[in-house]
Design a protein around this ligand. Structure first.
Ligand code: SF4
Ligand code: SF4
Length: 439
């Protein structure tokens, strides 16, 4: 009974802290704009199954992708065992989800094998991060804290796997020793439990409880640390792939208000309909965190900081300051910086800083070629270019700020109806001596 009470208190604290974090994020989402309608559920489910559960984009880098996929699939299977542990803890029972038949055995056996494989994969990831200086993990945006964050999360996962394996090993050895039924199948732990052979039964029991509590407490800790780390993608990546932008990558979304202005110019008869159907615009494009859509913020929370986007970005590769990963990290950082103050002091709060210029420079924004290689490569289907374009829209439409050559082009379009410095009346001047009959 004491064990149940302690467990229930720990669970309540965990759920309390997690609810607080979720509520805080919800308030941040409330600061963002709408503007990402979620339709075509069937297609979305298909993408989610393929990109998240099939890990298709991760396999673009086959070797490291394979180990990442092992970790993802392992988490999915081990989750069942974790749910069982929570039920056991609350109910004061053992192996509560066990029922005769092979299903439970398969789940437990997979969990046991995956615990081992995930453990090995995490060791590889840690060695790679700490000892091999992978270029993809470097960059101006990758501060010391980003590396520490990744290493802490990986170490936690490693301890999670060690405690799970240890718990299974002690359980198997204890049941064998006392002649009890082993509920479930534990192929790896069966082999490794040989390490416990010399231990007295009391010590084995102690070990079992130690690993059981260590594992469940690490799960609770992990769940509450994740939302504050890059490993939040453990929760966010599956829904984010469901929320993938379905339009072709290169397609830019029209700004409704601007589109109506153009329609008005082309067809004034459409004026009354247009005037009533378009709401007033408070800002063109994105200047700061209040101007982004909820999907932009969702993307930033999902970013794993893996750097796959930056590693294929032609601007970054050719030495420009642009890094699509940095754009995502800046969104997250700016929301953390300004979001709470906006909530406390109201939407009119102004800290005299903004996403553009204070975090993301104009130089970075104009370096983007909108090639979409970043969006193509991102393993969790984040779309960076649409956000970059929205920030450029702000610069052009609200501040008339653009690189010199672009400004010339904009003026030409305005004055001549074409990007060149010639009047449209001279358009056919090149043919004047060619004796071509022009109608
Ligand atoms: S769309 Fe822009 S940010 Fe993305 S890869 Fe191309 S140049 Fe880089
Ligand atoms: S945006 Fe995507 S590819 Fe780029 S670092 Fe984040 S998760 Fe990785």
């Amino acid at each position: 009974m004491t064990r149940q009470i302690i467990f229930a208190i720990t669970l309540l604290i965990t759920l309390g802290v997690f609810s607080f974090t979720t509520y805080r994020l919800f308030r941040f989402f409330q600061l963002t704009r709408s503007g990402f309608p979620v339709r075509n559920i069937g297609k979305r489910l298909q993408i989610m199954l393929s990109v998240s559960f099939g890990q298709t984009k991760i396999f673009r880098r086959p070797v490291i992708g394979f180990f990442h996929a092992l970790v993802f699939w392992g988490f999915c299977v081990i989750l069942v065992g974790s749910i069982e542990m929570v039920i056991d803890g609350v109910g004061g029972v053992e192996k509560s989800l066990h029922f005769p038949g092979t299903f439970y055995d398969v789940i437990m056996a997979s969990g046991d094998i995956f615990a081992f494989l995930v453990g090995i994969s995490i060791v590889l990831f840690l060695v790679r991060r700490v000892f091999l200086h992978i270029k993809r993990f470097e960059g101006v945006e990758m501060k010391k804290i980003s590396h520490q964050d990744a290493n802490v999360a990986l170490t936690l996962i490693l301890f999670l796997m060690i405690s799970l394996q240890g718990m299974n090993m002690a359980y198997v050895e204890l049941q064998t020793r006392t002649g009890g039924d082993i509920l479930g199948v534990y192929p790896v732990s069966q082999v490794l439990s040989g390490m416990f052979v010399g231990l007295p039964a009391e010590s084995l029991e102690l070990f079992y409880h130690f690993f059981w509590w260590s594992h469940i407490l690490l799960i609770f800790l992990f769940a509450n640390i994740l939302p504050y780390s890059k490993h939040f993608h453990v929760f966010m990546s599956v829904p984010n792939t469901f929320l993938t932008r379905l339009e072709p990558l290169g397609k830019l979304t029209n700004m409704e208000h601007v589109m109506h202005e153009v329609q008005l110019m082309l067809n004034p008869e459409a004026a009354p309909a247009a005037a009533t159907s378009v709401a007033a615009v408070s800002r063109f494009g994105v200047k700061d965190i209040e101007d982004i859509t909820w999907k932009n913020y969702f993307d930033s929370l999902t970013c794993t900081e893996c750097g796959r986007c930056t590693s294929v970005c032609p601007a970054n590769i050719t030495g420009k300051r642009l890094s699509p990963r940095k754009i995502m990290m800046d969104i997250r950082a700016r929301m953390k910086e300004k979001g709470s103050l906006l909530i406390k002091q109201g939407k009119s709060f102004d800290d005299k800083r903004s996403l553009i210029r204070d975090l993301i420079s104009e130089e970075e924004l104009w370096a983007c070629t909108t090639c979409n290689a970043c969006a193509m490569e991102c393993p969790v289907n984040i779309n960076q270019p649409t956000l970059i374009v929205d920030m450029r829209r702000y610069l052009v439409m609200e501040e008339a700020s653009a690189p010199g050559m672009l400004k010339t082009m904009f003026n030409n379009i305005e004055n001549n109806g074409a990007p060149w410095q010639f009047s449209s009346e001279d358009r056919l001047g090149w043919a004047k001596d060619l004796n071509i009959k022009i109608k």
